[in-house]
Write a protein that binds this ligand. Structure first.
Ligand SMILES: Nc1nc2c(ncn2[C@@H]2O[C@H](COP(=O)(O)OP(=O)(O)OP(=O)(O)O)[C@@H](O)[C@H]2O)c(=O)[nH]1
Ligand SMILES: [Mg+2]
Length: 380
């Protein structure tokens, strides 16, 4: 045997000896160098190969679990299509992280078609809270037979020519009418008084460590918003004249200290287009279910403007809240950092922004944008 071979054998012998010694004395080393472990790099890891981490490494969330003793009769409501699943998952993930893992309010998902098993499966893993999936009754969603389809078609074509966003869309109109007059009447919603509306692909930028529902209940609030802005006038050309006619018919529904100043710069003669952006809403459904709003919605629905024009649920809800409730019952939540593309409300209060670990840039707060109606609200 030449010297080189002898030397190599000696090194090999030492390596083998050290390996055996380490295998007996160090469990981790034995696991890492087992044949199974080494070959798994080549054949792919199967669940059975993964060493489970013992339960003792998962301490209970003592300050994150359900410790609150008083909760409101409230739910999240999410209207979505099966194809909205990815954005829906992202929104739920954020509201859970920022708020709901502490409070565990339930979710109601609504859709005019039945939700797919995949949709249900993917949202179910995101929260410990109860989730219910509802199909919308046909007459709560589709264009009613009372609508003159020729006139509606002409209205859609006109809006397409004018380049109005969703101007030609029938499903968008169904959605706006449903959100205006029907979501709170869905059988799955009936048992709740309060709701928080969430859309796919929105962002919650700050921790929300207080309970907005309980706050609203205990402080006699009806409607809460985070962003207020101007509506596209071309989507609602006749809405305000119908609102004025309704008020003449039913002056008894006007609240004493209402927020008409938010809606009109001319004492109610003309609409300044300000409204609360309804993709975020926390509100008391007894207000929508009450006499004033029920009559108001029926009156507007009868005029057909959800289809002949393109009335949004945002101006319809906002006008009702501003007129039929005293302004003191409308709540602006500066504390809730919220984004629906392309606008963000970022807390104006710097302490809130710091303490709640907000991810939004305060300089990009829509409150100060020329297109925001916050300055009008501040006057109210
Ligand atoms: N089931 C169902 N949900 C819908 C339909 N159209 C819209 N939605 C939902 O209704 C809500 C509002 O719709 P969006 O398309 O976000 O309308 P928008 O916020 O005015 O417009 P974007 O700026 O595009 O977000 C969202 O929660 C949607 O998922 C529909 O045809 N069917
Ligand atoms: Mg949206």
């Amino acid at each position: 045997m030449n010297m080189t071979l002898r030397y190599l054998l000696a090194v090999f012998g030492v390596v083998i000896t050290v390996h055996y010694v380490l295998s007996f004395t160090h469990t981790d080393y034995r696991r890492a160098t087992s044949l199974n472990s080494l070959t798994s790099h080549f054949k792919g890891v199967t669940p059975a190969d993964i060493t489970p981490i013992p339960d003792r490494y998962y301490p209970p969330f003592s300050n994150e679990s359900l410790t609150v003793d008083h909760r409101a009769n409230a739910t999240f409501v999410i209207l979505a299509r099966n194809s909205d699943i990815d954005g829906t998952v992202r929104s739920i993930r954020e509201i859970e992280d920022r708020f709901n893992r502490r409070f565990r309010y339930p979710y109601v998902f609504l859709n005019e078609e039945s939700f797919s098993d995949d949709f249900k499966k993917r949202v179910s893993v995101l929260s410990a809270a109860k989730m219910e999936f509802g199909t919308i009754p046909r007459d709560h969603w589709y264009q009613p037979s009372s609508i003159d389809e020729k006139k509606a078609d002409a209205g859609r074509n006109r809006m397409v020519e004018q380049g109005i966003i969703y101007g030609g869309s029938l499903s968008y109109r169904n959605m706006c009418r449903f959100n205006s007059g029907f979501f709170f009447r869905h059988p799955l919603m009936e048992k709740y008084r309060w709701y928080w509306r969430i859309e796919p692909d929105v962002h919650f930028h700050c921790d929300i460590r207080f309970d907005p529902f309980v706050y609203m209940e205990e402080n006699n609030k009806v409607y809460a918003f985070t962003i207020a802005m101007y509506e596209f006038e071309k989507t609602i050309p006749s809405l305000w004249s119908h609102v004025k006619d309704f008020i003449k018919l039913h002056p008894e529904y006007l609240a004493k200290d209402n927020a008409m100043r938010f809606l009109s710069d001319t004492g109610g003669d003309t609409y300044n287009l300000c409204h609360f952006w309804s993709n975020f809403e926390i509100a008391d459904m007894s207000f929508w279910r009450g006499e004033a709003y029920t009559k108001f919605f029926e009156y507007l629905d009868d005029k057909g403007g959800f289809y002949y024009e393109r009335w949004g649920d945002a101006p319809v809800h906002s006008i009702a809240a501003a007129l039929f409730a005293p302004s003191s019952q409308i709540q602006f939540f500066d504390q809730i950092g919220y984004e629906h593309n392309p606008y963000t409300h970022c807390p104006r209060n710097e302490d809130t922004w710091k303490e709640e670990k907000c991810t939004c840039d305060p300089k990009r707060n829509f409150d100060y944008d020329g297109y925001s109606c916050m300055s009008k609200w501040d006057q109210v």
